[in-house]
Design a protein around this ligand. Structure first.
Ligand code: MN
Ligand code: MN
Length: 301
């Protein structure tokens, strides 16, 4: 029985916590989103060194964007004067993944949203213990968010973390579910409540800037597509990557990515919007299920 978190999991958590703390301080009106993505990713690489890397592209989702916005190459998008900015980042050390998120309220108008998501994450972490059903953790999240007069985004959930697999096995819902899977000692999870004044559903947008590799080879592909496919497999393996990370002087990588998505070789993660364009806040921690409860590896100072 595994009763202590793997040192690499602990290290990945510590690094993501340190980076998100630094990056969140840089989020202000009129700052470029791309600057924040690049800073977060550069810092992760600096701190991780040769032992690991970026677990997934830095997500910077604003207001009704719930998740999965990362800057495309050359992005000129800036933070507005007011609103909610979700920063969601992850590092890995030898494949052991951390996943953590915070919300920055740009001018103090949406404090309630920040408090709802943050306190529901704390409440969820408090009830984690071996044998608890994930739906009971969701119940805690739902209850806490509703107490703040908001709704949980029930179509998004937390997830188990396994080496090299970001969304592994069991989910942790953001609402109460009866008779669900149990958390077991030694497992690792990302818990991530989202609070909204919309209806709590999610709609996929047109654009996707985050992708991951499907490891199957079914369709016949042209030479350039095979080249890019092999390159992304070698560089990112099973972990998500950003279209911004692919560079080539000779070819239009976005067109090739589109070809690979169509062929089922690459999976896309479109930007996710709240169903009624409600405002969305999010907090997230990575945890280890210990005998006496959760050990949080992404705690900030
Ligand atoms: Mn996350
Ligand atoms: Mn997550």
């Amino acid at each position: 029985m595994v009763t202590a978190p793997h040192p690499d999991f602990v290290e990945a958590g510590r690094i993501a916590a340190k980076v998100i703390e630094e990056v969140a301080r840089e989020v202000r009106p009129r700052v470029k989103v791309l600057r924040i993505c690049a800073l977060a990713e550069r810092r992760i690489l600096e701190y991780v060194g040769k032992r690991g890397g970026i677990a997934f592209p830095c997500n910077v989702s604003i207001n009704e964007e719930a998740a999965h916005y990362t800057s495309p190459r050359g992005d000129t998008k800036m933070f507005p004067e007011q609103g909610l900015v979700k920063i969601d980042i992850g590092a890995h050390v030898n494949g052991h993944i951390s996943d953590t998120a915070v919300t920055v309220d740009l001018d103090g108008t949406f404090e309630k949203f920040v408090a709802a998501a943050k306190s529901s994450l704390d409440a969820a972490i408090d009830v984690v213990r071996p044998g608890i059903q994930v739906g009971e953790v969701g119940a805690e999240i739902e209850k806490t968010i509703k107490r703040h007069g908001l709704k949980p985004v029930h179509q998004l959930s937390g997830h188990q973390l396994k080496p090299w697999i970001l969304h592994a096995g069991k989910n942790v819902p953001n609402v109460r579910i009866r008779r669900s899977a149990e958390m077991k000692v030694g497992e690792t999870y990302a818990i991530e409540p989202f609070a909204t004044n919309g209806n709590g559903t999610i709609r996929s947008g047109e654009n996707a800037f985050i992708f991951s590799n499907n490891m199957s080879n079914k369709k016949k592909l042209d030479r350039l597509s095979v080249q890019i496919r092999n390159q992304t497999r070698q560089r990112f393996g099973t972990l998500p990557w950003a279209s911004r990370w692919l560079r080539s002087q000779k070819v239009d990588t976005n067109t090739i990515i589109a070809t690979l998505v169509k062929a089922g070789v690459v999976r896309e993660y479109p930007i996710l919007y709240e169903g009624r364009n409600g405002m969305v806040s999010q907090f997230e921690h990575s945890i280890f299920v210990g005998e006496d409860g959760a050990i949080v590896t992404t705690l900030r100072k």
